[in-house]
Design a protein around this ligand. Structure first.
Ligand code: KG4
Ligand code: ZN
Length: 331
């Protein structure tokens, strides 16, 4: 089965062709980082307009790379949510229209399911069941995954997502957008230990998270008396260490609670080198193992949507027959 996947939930336009026999056949991606950078964050209306401009070109590119025509596709999967409503509408409209024209089904896909399953596209994929740590700009969740579509939420952030905390803290320190990767890069030049930042909910006894207090602690440091700009790298390092410590401790607790030995990490923050080092060493000491998506598939992309759609269809999912543009921004 060949599935065309379309991702437009935020500031990346991604398209890919996935074949259940041959794997990923074609991929195209455009990041809107430059478009939004001057505003310090994603401007939803600009995002939607850019998706409209890019999508037809990217669809042609992905199909050309696969050496296939739209007529060779068995279905089109698209991100239906969660995400920015206008941005989602672009991908959904294009996917549903092309599917209608080609006489094939269109399948709405949950963006987080795309992230969650993306490590299965790696060369050495994990087997079910596993614990998944989803750390993106909008979500921080721990889940027990026993199969495609069989997800049990174990815990989640009660306020800011981990990526959101990275982005907001980066802004406080004076870094540009997107803040997460920039803060991580700055932290590499810093030394930990100068600032005593909290580890929110580390000992809460459950698998939930909270990151807004950590961001406030950083605000208090940078707006307090005696703050010196040359400490920014140290502050970035201390912030990153606090986030990594909490994410690592709760992931281990989730493995212990479920009795599982595999941890899958997905979402943009999963690209963080310090988090990977922390998780790798902590799980190794307990005889467990961590799996990551290929680096290029950590952030938003079309491949994970094509893949999730294909697995859903292979598992017997029945796309709705009635034509319609289905988006769920708060899914
Ligand atoms: O999964 P993703 O691409 O989009 C969402 O679905 O949200 O994740 C984006 C988030 C942003 O908050 C970004 O700052 C963060 O992932 N991020 C990072 C790193 N790379 C991306 N955070 C920390 N360290 C990184 N290296
Ligand atoms: Zn995402």
């Amino acid at each position: 089965m060949k599935v065309l996947g379309i991702e437009t939930s935020c500031d990346e336009t991604g398209v890919a062709v996935y074949d259940t026999e041959a794997g990923l056949l074609g991929q195209s991606l455009h990041s809107q980082i430059d478009l939004h950078a001057v505003y310090g964050g994603v401007v939803p209306e600009l995002a939607s307009r850019d998706h409209i401009r890019r999508l037809p070109i990217l669809v042609r590119q992905a199909l050309a790379e696969a050496g296939l025509d739209i007529g060779a596709m068995d279905a089109i999967a698209y991100t239906a949510g969660p995400g920015l409503a206008g941005a989602l509408l672009v991908g959904a409209s294009v996917a549903e229209s092309m599917a209608m024209a080609a006489g094939i089904p269109a399948l709405p896909v949950h963006h987080l399911e795309g992230h969650l399953l993306s490590p299965l596209l790696a060369a050495d994929p994990p087997d079910f069941p596993f614990v998944a740590l989803l750390v993106s700009g909008g979500h921080t969740q721990l889940m027990a995954v026993t199969g495609v579509g069989a997800y049990t939420l174990l815990g989640e952030s009660l306020d800011d997502a981990a990526g959101e905390a990275f982005d907001k803290t980066a802004k406080l320190i004076g870094l540009g957008y997107p803040g997460g990767p920039q803060l991580a890069a700055l932290a590499l030049q810093g030394t930990t230990g100068r600032f005593k930042l909290p580890r929110p909910m580390l000992h809460s006894g459950d698998l939930d998270f909270s990151f807004s207090g950590l961001k406030t602690a950083v605000l208090n440091v940078v707006s307090g008396p005696g703050w010196q700009a040359e400490w920014a790298a140290d502050l970035a390092a201390d912030f990153q260490q606090a986030v990594v410590e909490v994410l690592t401790a709760k992931s281990l607790a989730a493995l212990k609670q479920t009795g599982l030995k595999s941890l899958v990490v997905a979402g943009g923050v999963g690209a963080n080198v310090q988090l990977r080092a922390g998780l790798d060493s902590a799980t190794r000491r307990r005889g467990a193992r961590v799996y990551y998506p290929e680096p290029a598939l950590c952030t938003d992309n079309g491949a994970m949507i094509a893949f999730a759609g294909a697995l859903r269809l292979a598992g017997g999912a029945r796309p709705e027959q009635a034509p319609g543009v289905r988006i769920r921004p708060r899914w």
